[in-house]
Design a protein around this ligand. Sequence first.
Ligand code: NAD
Ligand code: UDX
Length: 434
Amino acid sequence: MRIAMIGAGYVGLVSGACFAEFGVDVTVMDVDPDKIAGLRAGRMPIYEPGLDKLVAENVRNGRLTFTTDIDAAVKGADAVFLAVGTPTRRGDGHADLTYVYAAAEQVARAADGPLVIVTKSTVPVGTGREVQAIVRRVRPDGQIAVASNPEFLREGSAIGDFMRPDRVVIGVDDDRALAVMKRLYRPLYLIETPVLAVSIESAELIKYAANAFLATKITFINEIADLCEKVGADVHDVARGMGLDGRIGRKFLHPGPGYGGSCFPKDTLALARTAQDAGVPIRLVEATIAVNEARKAQMADRILAALGPSPAGKRVGVLGVTFKPETDDMRDAPSLVILPKLVAAGVEVRAFDPQPGHARQALPAAVGFAQTALDAAKGADAVVVLTEWNEFRALAPHRLKSAMAGDVVLDLRNVWDPAAMRAAGFAYSSIGRP
Ligand code: NAD
Ligand code: UDX
């Protein structure tokens, strides 16, 4: 089989490389010539563990190629996946579908035979039908079918998530398109992955409902963590006790400074807008969005309060600025709200992140960058953990203590043991623990 992946971002590049690993011939196409030139030279445009090796292997065996030429990508393809961005549209919070519709039209124009256009981007209900309308207008010959195949991978564990998903969702109303999709995902049948064939509308909504549910789950445990702090309970014990109930589940009950990333913030907002437009506002999701936004600002206030009555001129070492570990993605990272507030209060901020590639451009110029975690802590009045990179867990408390000038540690990801940190002489606080 032969496919094209339109968009060489986190999703397009990872799923393209994984389909190639499944034995499919894949051409990844992007409008960004620098990205494609880099990929051809073996340079990854993003940090995702294992991706460089997977890409190199599949380029070597001839199953994975890169191009900026849409005609070359689409020629002879059985399916063309749209994996372009769907960011928040300025002004109204809806998903911006400009890139999806432009790509759909380009693919339809370039098609030279029967094919399936598959929307892998996260798109609001109704987008698949609009793609069908575009296709019918450009190619009235009926050779092109349309399907929806939302992607559930997480950054940082994207390859494993793609190769061993909990389920594959296919939105389709055409038998030929369903047959093509089932063939593409055939390797997953061996590991008994459930494959759900549903309507295009249901597939589109499954993606938003799943993301909104997970964002709500995180927000719920964050608020329970706040209550734990007031009443002397430990949020990890509460989360474990809740999560062992199979109806609740243990995952996504880790408290923190608020969820970020390229999906939850924009997708919860887009779902809320879709529901408002449909006359059935989802108040639970609206509350999740508001609580999470407020939380990020509250975290900055909490850091400032820990610095005492006059935070101006104090030094803070920040460990981790990406929205989660094992990625270089800064989209909607809590650090983007928290660090500017510290800088505005006159705090001297020195950050360390193992993948600082996009962080320097995204954060205020006043934020300094250190080469190591201990270097960020050097001379600091306080150290704040914003992202739970594994290497922070391994930092010896006595080494951290001797690097710092002060003793304040705010662990907003609960990476360290409170008793050990207090024994090492820190004024240590974390989220939802006594
Ligand atoms: P991204 O911004 O990393 O990549 C998008 C790429 O598409 C860019 O390289 C851009 O140059 C390219 N592009 C835009 N228009 C194009 C066109 N007409 N032709 C060819 N290339 C074009 O985006 P992403 O994070 O990979 O997300 C893509 C979609 O997948 C979004 O809808 C997102 O919501 C969804 N998604 C993302 C994740 C994730 O973890 N990042 C997970 C699941 C779903
Ligand atoms: C998310 C979805 O999980 C994935 O299915 C979808 O395809 C894309 O969006 P991603 O954003 O890459 O994936 O990472 P995820 O692990 O879900 O984390 C998102 C945010 O929630 C991060 O800021 C993370 O720190 C936070 N989070 C996650 C918590 O605060 N607590 C948790 O228990 C889990």
